[in-house]
Design a protein around this ligand. Structure first.
Ligand code: DSN
Length: 448
């Protein structure tokens, strides 16, 4: 990034891959709902000399010398997190979302304790107790689900909680397009004496912008990644609310100890600085506008997709995310849609849908969202164009059949990949996405 860098001479292979990645980001519509583009100032903090420092411990209590400036940075990041999310405690050291969630378990639960979270294929996260995550193996995980209409089944949550008496209940999702019912969950948690942890990784930027309700009045703990709608660097934070500290005055200490020395070593100080910068940016009026535009764009996109005949889980969205249900065309077709959209310059991910009839690797849905393209400045008008392009591309792939038999599947994928590359409708879609991208320049002046 620096003008004095000699990376392109010293390590041309890495340098070239980095340049190619920048070009890909510039020339594609990035619609994976958990991705975004940080500001140049966040990139500056990340690519700085702060990466050279070790600072195990917390501000004023470090195990290494030379931390006077790191203390300034971490103290500012904590203060900004507390002010932005209106909480009395924050830890900004978790390396990412999964370690942040593990720290919550480490602080509050013993092995074998009962925990509850939204089932993975209903839109939940691995670390909320899914069977292949350690959280589903170390703890007695009792998943809850969404109803036939795609909304969280709050009645099921309540009856399961009363029956199973969980120590910890998670509310949060990775593929859920509706507002999270924090207040209802809070009542259930209180009724059974559980801790309520809100994982707002996907919606943190919307919460900061006032475009989604805040869990602060309802949850005991809030975890979030910092790189999704919040638009910071890859990292995470754990916060305790007033309610949390009232339930357990030692909650902050327990969480601090769980992060370090419980689970991690030295914090990534360049990331901490990036988080501090992102939190400052997220407290501006421009960010409020940005967060609200993400939702307006998602609604406009959802309306176009439905008008074009596509089925959406919950029939729409009220956040940043849309989940297309491709089962009207058959099961397991998400991979065809993802690969064809990729060729058309629209980056999304195949995703399970509630009651997935196929498998997580060959799922029947596509997940997409508007945080990154909204950062580029796109608005409702572009959403209509993009929605039409997406519908056209899906139309080209909807008749490919996904087989349960491995040999047949491999042959189908081979034929599909050969045909889709020379498909004229996909080529025309690609021309249109390039045109849209050119109107919304990304990182002007940056070289890699
Ligand atoms: N990988 C994240 C997402 O895409 O939502 C969840 O960890």
């Amino acid at each position: 990034m620096s003008a004095k860098s000699t990376l392109n001479q010293v390590d041309p292979k890495i340098s070239e891959a980095m340049e190619n990645e920048l070009a890909r980001q510039r020339d594609c519509l990035e619609m994976i709902p958990s991705e975004n583009f940080t500001s140049m100032n966040v990139l500056h903090a990340l690519g700085s000399v702060l990466t050279n420092k070790y600072s195990e411990g917390y501000p004023g209590k470090r195990y290494y010398g030379g931390n006077q400036f790191i203390d300034v940075i971490e103290t500012l990041a904590i203060a900004r997190a507390k002010a932005l999310f209106k909480v009395p405690y924050a830890n900004v050291q978790p390396y990412s979302g999964s370690p942040a969630n593990f720290a919550v378990y480490a602080a509050l639960c013993d092995r074998g304790d009962t925990i509850m979270g939204l089932n993975l294929t209903d839109g939940g996260h691995l670390t909320h107790g899914w069977k292949t995550s350690m959280t589903g193996q170390f703890f007695n995980s009792v998943p809850y689900h969404v109803k036939a209409d795609g909304y969280i089944d709050v009645d099921e949550v309540r009856s399961l909680a009363i029956k199973e008496k969980p120590k910890l209940i998670w509310i949060g999702a990775t593929a859920y397009s509706r507002a999270l019912p924090f207040e209802e969950f809070s009542k259930i948690a209180d009724e059974v004496g559980a801790y309520l942890a809100a994982d707002i990784s996907h919606i943190a930027g919307l919460v900061a912008a006032g475009a989604h309700a805040s869990p602060a009045p309802y949850a005991h703990i809030i975890t979030t990644t910092t790189h999704k709608t919040l638009r910071g660097p890859r990292g995470a934070m754990i916060m305790a609310t007033e309610r949390g500290l009232k339930k357990d005055p030692e909650l902050g200490d327990k969480l601090d100890k769980a992060v370090f020395p419980g689970l991690q070593g030295g914090p990534h100080d360049n990331t901490t600085a990036g988080i501090a910068v992102a939190l400052l940016e997220a407290s501006t009026p421009e960010f409020r506008e940005y967060g609200n535009q993400i939702v307006n764009n998602a609604k406009a996109l959802a309306a176009t997709l439905m008008k074009k005949g596509l089925k959406l889980v919950t029939n729409g969205t009220e956040n940043h995310l849309i989940l297309i249900d491709l089962t009207p065309f058959g099961n397991g077709k998400g991979v065809f849609a993802q690969e064809a959209l990729d060729l058309a310059g629209i980056v999304v991910n195949k995703n399970t849908i509630p009651k997935e009839p196929s498998s997580p690797f060959y799922p029947s849905g596509v997940r997409l969202g508007t945080p990154a393209i909204t950062t580029r400045g796109m608005k409702e008008q572009e959403m209509e164009s993009i929605g039409s392009i997406i519908a056209d591309v899906i139309n080209e792939v909807k008749d490919y059949e996904m087989s349960g038999d491995k040999e047949v599947r491999m042959a189908t994928m081979k034929k599909f990949r050969a045909e889709i590359k020379s498909n004229d409708a996909i080529k025309s879609a690609r021309a249109k996405t390039l045109e849209i991208c050119a109107k919304f320049p990304l990182y002007p002046g940056l070289e890699s």
